[in-house]
Design a protein around this ligand. Structure first.
Ligand code: SF4
Length: 492
């Protein structure tokens, strides 16, 4: 526990960690430690990603062991193939977020994004981006028969498709922004609490919202665990970031978990261990019955007000629409803008990098906005300090950076954007979107290592492909700190 600050910067989370340790609960940090060292071949991209049963083949990064796979596959194609495989997964995740009734037969872009995508394709002598690229990528990954240049070019094409799907999968609302509250203070007081994680069905969230409002004798509440879920013209209160979800559940403050698509299995195991009822995605059931199960759990527990002293986080407006970000932001478009976002990762102390980076960039005069867990951490920091000292705008999760980029491009002010930093990544969607943003000409950095370090040639080729359209994807073989990233933002 002496290294507790290396796990999270939040004092309440640190207290919850101590409590979980006393209960003998294994949380993501313990599992992460037990997994060290993680597979070095995969981390470098030197574990074969092709759909082939003659393997698994791995290439020795130090050149002392195997230099090729059984089929003769070389390290460059292995690394580029892994990037393509990850981007393909990311593209499918972005497509999944497009409402099924709107699933495209042909890709559609807004005018601003369409112009940027066309330019990105033209600069790399690419043409005719279409949904067929998904199938083509899948076939390219069946057996290795392409050069690493072809594999990289295909990964870039998928990343551009990803941006289009993200745009089409944006929250279906005409509101320019939605209010949101976040932090442990949302849990102050006694209430039956239903935690929602991942992406539960919109219908279930709506039905639960109606049922919870009917509760009069004992108050009941829906809270999101690291998810951004809309209900009745606002986001559900976000009790914690995604990385803190198990911690919060271990505190006993959640009386039923709705596990939407994307919920980590560790959270389900923890609920089972702590006898917290779970409703799994697709087995929704009746809202009244679900709330009844939560009530039963609530009544069987101690009902102390664990979070009564948590510092309140002021309500913020989350900017949603590319068409309204610029007027709503109040940005001085002759100044500099930076975007910070992404998911929690156990590779870094939760919250430290986003909060430190936002502070450092703000002191350098950058106007800041962010999305995802990183935005929640900056909002927490704002509440813990002088609120006016850290101007920061919240953007929609996932498509937030794209909406900001297209908004700036729409008013011909993209040059104000100094960079986009992903302070952590969890899903392939984040990787594919980061690559797509770099492909359309943005400076993008990723704070955690990407699994493509195993080939210098591939790294150089990818840089050259992105540079042709003025883009950049900065990453390195170690987790970056706020100082390195501040330098990167301020010295383009
Ligand atoms: S494609 Fe080649 S390198 Fe990959 S597993 Fe098959 S034989 Fe091995």
């Amino acid at each position: 526990m002496e290294t507790i600050h290396l796990k999270t910067v939040d004092p309440i989370s640190q207290e919850l960690l101590r409590s979980a340790s006393r209960q003998g609960l294994d949380l993501p940090w313990e599992r992460f430690e037990k997994l060290q060292p993680q597979d070095g071949f995969l981390r470098l991209g030197l574990s074969c990603p092709f759909g082939c049963l003659q393997g698994p083949c791995r290439i020795d990064p130090f050149g002392r062991g195997p230099a090729k796979g059984v089929c003769g596959l070389a390290r460059e194609e292995m690394v580029a193939g892994l990037l393509l495989r990850l981007c393909l997964q990311g593209t499918m995740e972005a497509l999944e977020a497009v409402p099924s009734g709107d699933r495209p037969r042909a890709i559609r872009y807004s005018r601003a994004l369409g112009a940027m995508v066309s330019q990105a394709l033209a600069k790399n002598d690419q043409h005719d981006l279409s949904l067929d690229d998904i199938f083509k990528s899948s076939m390219l990954l069946s057996r290795p028969s392409s050069t690493y240049w072809q594999l990289l070019a295909q990964a870039l094409r998928l990343s551009l498709l990803t941006l289009g799907f993200q745009e089409q999968g944006a929250l279906a609302t005409t509101a320019p922004s939605l209010p949101c509250t976040a932090g442990y203070a949302t849990l102050a007081g006694r209430a039956i609490r239903i935690g929602l994680c991942g992406e539960p069905s919109t219908r279930l969230v709506f039905e639960l919202g109606k049922e919870v409002r009917r509760m009069t004798t004992t108050p009941a509440q829906l809270v999101a665990l690291g998810s951004w879920l809309e209900l009745d013209g606002r986001f559900l209160p976000i009790a914690c970031t995604s990385g803190e979800s198990e911690l919060l559940v271990s505190s006993g403050a959640i009386h039923l978990l709705v596990a939407g698509a994307g919920t980590d299995p560790g959270l389900l195991s923890l609920c089972e261990k702590l006898k917290i009822p779970v409703v799994v995605n697709g087995q929704d059931g009746d809202a009244e019955e679900i709330v009844g199960r939560a009530r039963k759990c609530f009544e069987s527990r101690s009902q102390s007000d664990l979070f009564g002293d948590a510092p309140p986080v002021p309500e913020c407006q989350v900017l949603l629409s590319a068409s309204t970000i610029v007027p709503a932001s109040g940005w001085d478009l002759t100044g500099k803008i930076g975007l910070i976002g992404g998911s929690d990762t156990p590779q870094l102390s939760l919250g430290k990098l986003p909060a430190d980076l936002a502070q450092a960039l703000s002191e350098k005069g950058l106007q800041l906005a962010g999305w995802g867990d990183a935005a929640l951490w900056v909002l927490k920091k704002k509440s813990a300090s002088d609120e006016t000292a850290l101007p920061f705008l919240a953007l929609a999760n996932r498509q937030g950076p794209l909406a900001a980029v297209t908004a700036l491009a729409g008013v011909d002010k993209l040059e104000s954007l100094q960079g986009i930093c992903f302070t952590g990544m969890k899903s392939c969607l984040e990787l594919s979107a980061a690559l797509g943003l770099a492909a359309i000409g943005c400076r993008v950095s990723v704070a955690t290592p990407l699994p493509i370090q195993g080939s210098r040639e591939v790294l150089d080729a990818l840089s050259r492909l992105l540079q042709q359209n003025g883009g950049q994807l900065r990453h390195s073989d170690h987790p970056a700190d706020a100082r390195e990233l501040t330098e990167w933002f301020t010295n383009p």
